[in-house]
Design a protein around this ligand. Structure first.
Ligand code: TEU
Ligand code: CA
Length: 530
């Protein structure tokens, strides 16, 4: 793993919602280009661009119909190359989203495959005969319904982990693996610096034994792709892998493995939900939040590299999930220090740096996301509209997909037209308002990352959790005889300073105007130098 990769601060852009340059209400690549100076001002050094390939948008671009194109609503390939150059000129690398567990059902491969059982592309996908006239198994898809969709024309079912418009590719077919490697090289040869790899731990399956991911060839296929494409380009690759253990992560990202650079883990994201169900809220175990992050710091401390994340396009806003709306500035900045004071690749999702809360959707017809709409369909007989709206407000992915708020004008400066999606926004929590306010979350993020990226101890130092009880957290980072202490009050009440924080430690960053000598205030966060 090259040093630049270990020092990555990755900013995720959801192109549809970031910035619209031509007034059609849809974000686009020229809009992103216009905001490169803003990205530079954040101190990020890499961008992860969610899919901008041609797509029918059944799952907003995670259903790709042409892996080598740019969706016309986002712009042209020339626009994309201009964005790549603009980012590189500003010292910012670009990662694309690699979505190769499945394609769109409108991809040429699938359109061909469904023409007949002997079509040359048939085995690019997973087909099964009916069993007793029904779906081969009773497995459920991620967006509801069966994983099997019947294809009348050929009398077989095809397999889809996600929507029926997202048929899974058959990675056991060497032709598929060669096509994907060639496509990856197409983008890397163009100058793209790497990929975020969508549900990459699902590419190897063993359906006959009910294994839908981490199948028998998982490492073999990743290693092959590394040898053919990632490795020769020195690409930064970050896998999206739900539900792995640290040991499984090391087996996929260890230096000698030749597979991926790192992977997202989401174990802490599952907290505050009944049985991990994203639409059912329960009390958030704040102690567990820190304990889980620490578990992964320890689990990956030698041969792995954690990925520090608390928001993305699939999750509600972190302030609403893990913070305290009564203390928006303090708790948003506390979460940032708690998370990014740790060792790992830091990932920020568009708007997170503003301390945004979930927007308020007043009615169910305001939602756009297939996961939310299907959940509403599946739940509407069990709950009344009011309860359903509350559940969707809590868990919907649209919470983080409303337009990025640039200023207090109509539609938050996102578009001169009508946004494809919209919910109320807070005119005080926009880039313009916070840019002008030295005490804003935005300017705190700038100070935090300016410090972090200049401090080898914070970037590369070892981690040790020293205290995590009754809402007070203390951990240390050590390197070459230097120590940093990160002290955090994850509670809305004050408390004495942690006993193990050296009283002569110098406070080098604090989310309060000054660091009191004997206590931590509600949601106070400090980085101290011993
Ligand atoms: O997400 C993988 C995934 O499993 C998520 O859909 C997650 O299960 C769900 O959002 C939790 O509520 C990736 C992409 O990030 C997501 O946007 C896509 O919908 C999905 O894969 C299919 O490509
Ligand atoms: Ca547009």
């Amino acid at each position: 793993m090259q040093n630049w990769q270990k020092e990555t601060v990755l900013y995720q852009i959801y192109p549809k919602s970031f910035c619209d340059s031509n007034g059609d209400g849809i974000g686009d690549i020229p809009g992103i280009i216009s905001k490169v100076p803003y990205l530079k001002s954040l101190g990020v050094n890499a961008v992860w661009l969610s899919p901008c390939y041609p797509s029918p948008n059944d799952d907003n671009g995670y259903d790709i119909s042409d892996y080598r194109g740019i969706a016309p609503e986002y712009g042209t390939l020339e626009d994309f190359k201009k964005l790549l150059d603009a980012l590189h000129e500003n010292g910012i690398r670009l990662l694309m989203d690699l979505v190769v567990n499945h394609t769109s059902d409108e991809h040429a491969w699938f359109r061909s495959a469904r023409r007949g059982r002997d079509d040359p592309y048939r085995d690019y996908y997973i087909w099964r005969d009916p069993v007793d006239g029904r779906e081969p198994t009773d497995w459920r898809a991620a967006f509801g319904g069966s994983v099997w969709e019947f294809d009348e024309a050929t009398g077989q079912y095809y397999f889809h982990l996600f929507s029926k418009k997202q048929p899974d590719l058959n990675w056991d077919n060497p032709k598929v693996r060669r096509e994907i490697a060639d496509m990856v090289n197409y983008w890397l040869d163009m100058g793209v610096d790497g990929f975020r790899c969508d549900v990459i731990n699902n590419i190897s399956k063993d359906l006959e034994n009910g294994i839908l991911g981490m199948g028998p060839h998982q490492h073999e296929y990743l290693h092959e792709l590394y040898e053919r494409a990632f490795g020769p380009h020195g690409a930064l690759t970050i896998g999206e892998t739900w539900g792995l253990t640290p040991e499984q992560t090391l087996a996929m990202t260890g230096e000698a493995r030749g597979e991926l650079t790192a992977t997202f883990q989401f174990e802490h994201i599952l907290l505050g939900r009944v049985g991990g169900d994203k639409f059912r809220k329960c009390e958030l175990d704040r102690k567990a939040f820190t304990d889980i992050l620490a578990k992964w710091e320890y689990g990956l401390k030698d041969d792995g590299y954690p990925v520090l994340v608390m928001e993305n396009h699939d999750q509600p806003r972190a302030l609403s999930r893990f913070g305290d709306e009564e203390y928006p500035f303090e708790s948003a900045t506390m979460l940032a220090v708690l998370l990014y004071g740790m060792r790992g690749i830091a990932v920020i999702y568009e708007g997170q740096e503003l301390g945004l809360s979930n927007p308020r959707f007043e009615k169910l017809s305001d939602y756009r996301d297939i996961e939310t709409l299907n959940a509403y369909r599946d739940l509407k007989n069990d709950f009344d509209e009011k309860a359903l709206l509350k559940m969707m407000n809590f868990g919907s992915r649209d919470n983080s997909r409303v337009p990025m708020p640039w200023d207090g004008s109509e539609h938050a400066g996102f578009t001169a037209g009508t946004p494809w999606i919209e919910a109320g926004f807070d005119p005080k929590r926009t880039v313009a308002a916070e840019d002008a306010d030295g005490g804003s979350v935005l300017n705190f993020y700038r100070r935090l990352f300016a410090l972090r990226q200049s401090d080898a101890v914070l970037l590369h130092g070892g981690f040790e959790l020293l205290e995590n009880k009754n809402g007070t957290v203390l951990y240390s980072r050590k390197k070459d005889g230097e120590t940093r202490y990160i002290a955090v009050r994850y509670a809305n009440t004050p408390a004495p300073l942690p006993a193990r924080l050296p009283r002569n430690a110098e406070c080098i960053l604090c989310n309060y105007a000054s660091a009191a000598s004997d206590s931590l205030r509600p949601y106070e966060a400090r980085i101290c130098k011993a």
